[in-house]
Design a protein around this ligand. Structure first.
Ligand SMILES: Nc1ncnc2c1ncn2[C@@H]1O[C@H](COP(=O)(O)OP(=O)(O)OP(=O)(O)O)[C@@H](O)[C@H]1O
Length: 292
């Protein structure tokens, strides 16, 4: 399914202050149905805060956020839960339950659709289990359905998290640094999968990343944030790596300078990823390649 020009996310003049910290400053963002938008920016530039506004986890200090035609900050708890049924989210640390099987973890994506008791595999109707197995097949992990989640590699766990998100039948997928804890090969696999699902299902994706190459390879549009401000909002096609590097306020005029800037930013990002992965249940962050 291709991108249409009907906006499903409309962020208008959003500013978010946390005390004296301005996390977002006058942010404008329109995302059309079926688009894959990648948010890039240094650690602390506001990527997660923007995603959290789209999911209604934060309210703007100023401005408006409209998702699937609904004005998010004004929603009551029940309406917000209903909206979240249509908006799935995946995270850097996968957020699986390590002691549960892969199948049980996928089924938890449908918890909100259950009316009865919500404990254990038996709580789910057979049709739910069939759907969960289909999603596992789709992410290439059907044979792992009855293994404990913590026996899987990081890349496999993120694919389980994607299958869990699909149980919601979402219209929008928000992905907060989904590959920050993965090696380059697994990162590519996960981004390819997200891209394929978006194309097949007409799913709209907003995904924050640190890797410029992945952003250019898998995104339809790149949105760059610096100190909470949108400094780039451009189709990925035809955009050069050097142009993207300007998001970081660093301009390289030679390849040597570009390599040096990348190396500096990799070190910066590795430090941030190591801090975040301290509580992860999977392998520590492997940061290689062009990681910013
Ligand atoms: N709940 C909060 N309370 C106070 N400050 C916050 C809160 N959430 C975010 N911030 C601040 O807002 C700014 C933007 O943070 P945010 O997490 O959105 O950045 P990010 O680009 O996602 O960073 P990273 O790549 O490290 O995840 C940072 O200065 C951060 O410290």
């Amino acid at each position: 399914m291709s991108t249409t020009t009907s906006p499903v996310i409309q962020v208008t003049a959003v500013t978010k202050d946390f005390g004296s910290t301005v996390a977002l400053s006058d942010v404008e963002l329109t995302v059309n149905r079926g688009e894959v938008v990648v948010l890039l920016g240094l650690s602390g530039s506001g990527k997660s805060t923007l995603l959290r506004h789209i999911d209604g986890l934060e309210r703007p200090t100023k401005g408006t956020v409209e998702v699937l035609g609904v004005h998010v900050p004004k929603l009551r708890a029940k309406e917000l839960r209903r909206l979240r049924g249509r908006v799935a989210m995946i995270f850097q640390q996968f957020e699986l339950v390590p002691s549960l099987t892969v199948l049980e973890n996928v089924l938890t994506g449908a918890l909100a659709q259950l009316s009865g008791p919500k404990l254990g595999l038996w709580a789910y109707p057979k049709s739910f289990k069939q759907r969960a197995l289909q999603h596992l097949d789709r992410v290439g992990l059907l044979e792992k359905a009855y293994q404990r989640a913590d026996q899987l590699s990081g890349g496999q766990q993120q694919r389980v998290a994607i299958a869990r998100a699909l149980m919601q039948d979402p219209e929008i997928l928000l992905a907060d640094e989904p590959v920050a804890s993965l090696d380059p090969e697994s990162s590519d696999q996960v981004m390819r999968l997200i891209r394929e699902i978006a194309a097949d299902d007409g799913l709209t994706v907003v995904c924050s990343l640190h890797q410029v190459d992945l952003a250019l390879g898998w995104g339809d549009r790149i949105v760059g944030l610096r100190h909470g401000e949108v400094v780039l909002n451009t189709p990925a096609l035809g955009l050069s790596k050097e142009e993207v590097m300007e998001i970081y306020g660093r301009v390289a005029t030679t390849t040597t300078e570009l390599t040096a800037i990348e190396a500096e930013l990799v070190a910066n990002s590795a430090e941030s990823a190591a801090t975040t992965s301290a509580s992860a249940m999977t392998e520590p962050a492997a940061v290689t390649g062009t990681v910013l």
